[in-house]
Design a protein around this ligand. Structure first.
Ligand code: FAD
Length: 399
């Protein structure tokens, strides 16, 4: 971005001076000039009544946006060649956005021996599937996936590209966006189409979750966004729904890829945690007082067939691995039942769990913010409440 003052147009009105947040404008001979504090933020350009302050944006006018059409979802394939649920969620959301734009939804599937997944993508609402099947794509690696996706985008010019904000998606989306010089908004929680401009409005938490920022990529294409698992809802699966399947031939030489996968070792903790897929989550917070008290959370989780979650305070304290963290910088979850034990309910925690179907909070402070989102609140000492719950569950089971 570059900014300059077109001196003949400056009338010396000084309207730009209060608009500048950095004190970066001086008046010299009744003309505005920038000093060294200027960050090119462009706030003064909006305030100038004569258009004397010119903000030149990189990319503006360089891309013919009319050449781009269609909405794409980049599919994610997980172990045993299954389609990740986040892909179905993005197809569902993409369907709504595409219908508003009067366009179609395409899904890009990259992997090996994945032909059967085209049907899954269609059933969840895709109109077209680009199937890229090659042995080198068996497991995610940055280099070949970036090359393939960049090539496809450059060739077909989609208007919007949605990718899951998973480990794979975050890596791939940022690489591809940088490669094609497109804007990318990470971790969106809401996507809408502006009815007038038809631009994708990409909303995400900013400033520690205290404000929601809506971001537009006006001048570059495609408009790219990542969305965390469980934020959007998939459409109901429609058996027998058909999509056009385009098999994309690729020629990738293994020796051209810098990274090699030597072995795949199952992460037992990750499987045990599996928070984003869990129907029931029991989470512990700083109210546990000591890492060893997570045993109580595990016992309750086990009794009701749930996974163990945690607040960031406990993760930061080293009481439990980060894979358990729920919240803005942890996992976004949407279980049928979420039990928060000794968790105050900071906005950053709520950002990851407030859309759970049923929230039960146990906290000894009746004013704890968690009670603001809880469907059932138990004001009490978790060391009394949780053992009583476990005992009641066992009694019902006749144990
Ligand atoms: C940029 C940023 C990102 C963040 N991301 C996340 C995130 O992803 N996830 C997250 O969780 N936090 C996140 N945080 C931190 C967040 O702001 C809070 O600090 C954190 O959630 C607090 O954790 P807590 O509720 O366990 O602890 P506390 O706030 O200390 O709450 C402990 C609660 O336990 C209760 N309690 C104490 N003893 C008992 C007892 N015996 N029985 C019952 N109740 C008891 C207390 O009344 C209190 O309400 C983030 C912060 C920032 C700035």
């Amino acid at each position: 971005m570059a900014i300059y003052i077109d001196a003949p147009k400056c009338i010396g009105c000084k309207a730009c001076i209060p608009a500048c947040p950095y004190g970066a404008i001086d008046m010299v001979d009744d003309k505005a000039v920038f000093n060294e504090n200027c960050t090119s933020c462009g706030a003064c350009a909006d305030a100038c009544p004569t258009g004397a302050i010119v903000l030149e944006m990189e990319g503006k006018g360089e891309v013919d946006t009319s050449e781009y059409s269609g909405l794409w979802v980049v599919g994610e394939i997980i172990h045993e060649n299954r389609m990740a649920m986040v892909t179905a969620e993005l197809i569902g959301e993409g369907r709504k956005l595409a219908d508003e734009l009067g366009t179609d939804v395409s899904v890009v599937l990259m992997g090996h021996e994945i032909g059967h997944l085209a049907e899954r993508a269609a059933g969840y609402g895709a109109d077209r599937v680009y199937l890229v099947d090659h042995p080198t794509l068996l497991r995610y690696r940055t280099q070949p996936f970036t090359n393939v996706l960049t090539g496809l985008i450059n060739k077909h010019k989609p208007e919007i590209v949605l990718i899951g904000a998973t480990s794979m998606g975050r890596d791939l989306a940022s690489r591809v966006a940088a490669r094609i010089k497109a804007g990318l908004t990470a971790d969106c929680t809401e996507l809408t189409i502006n009815p007038e401009t038809k631009l994708l409005e990409q909303t995400r938490p900013a400033f520690g979750g205290n404000v929601m920022a809506t971001i537009l990529c006006e001048f570059t294409r495609p408009q790219m966004a990542t969305v965390r698992p469980k934020v959007m809802k998939p459409l109901e699966y429609e058996e027998g729904r058909e999509a056009e399947v385009i098999e994309v031939p690729v020629s990738i030489e293994e020796k051209s890829i810098a990274t090699k996968i030597l072995d795949v070792i199952a992460d037992d903790t990750a499987n045990k945690v599996n928070l984003t897929e869990a129907d029931i989550i029991v989470s512990g917070g700083r109210g546990l007082g000591d890492p060893k008290h997570f045993a109580l959370i595990e016992e309750l989780a086990q009794a009701i067939g749930g996974a163990v979650g945690a607040s960031r305070a406990t993760v930061d304290a080293g009481w439990i691995p980060a894979t358990h963290q729920v919240g803005q910088t942890g996992k976004t979850v949407h279980p049928k039942l979420y039990i928060a034990c000794g968790i105050s309910g900071a906005v950053q925690h709520l950002a990851g769990m407030s859309s759970s179907d049923c929230i039960v909070a146990i906290n000894k402070d009746p004013d704890a913010p968690i009670f603001g989102v809880a469907h059932y609140g138990i004001v009490g000492d978790l060391f009394e409440v949780i053992p009583a719950m476990i005992a009641a569950i066992k009694q019902r089971r006749g144990e």
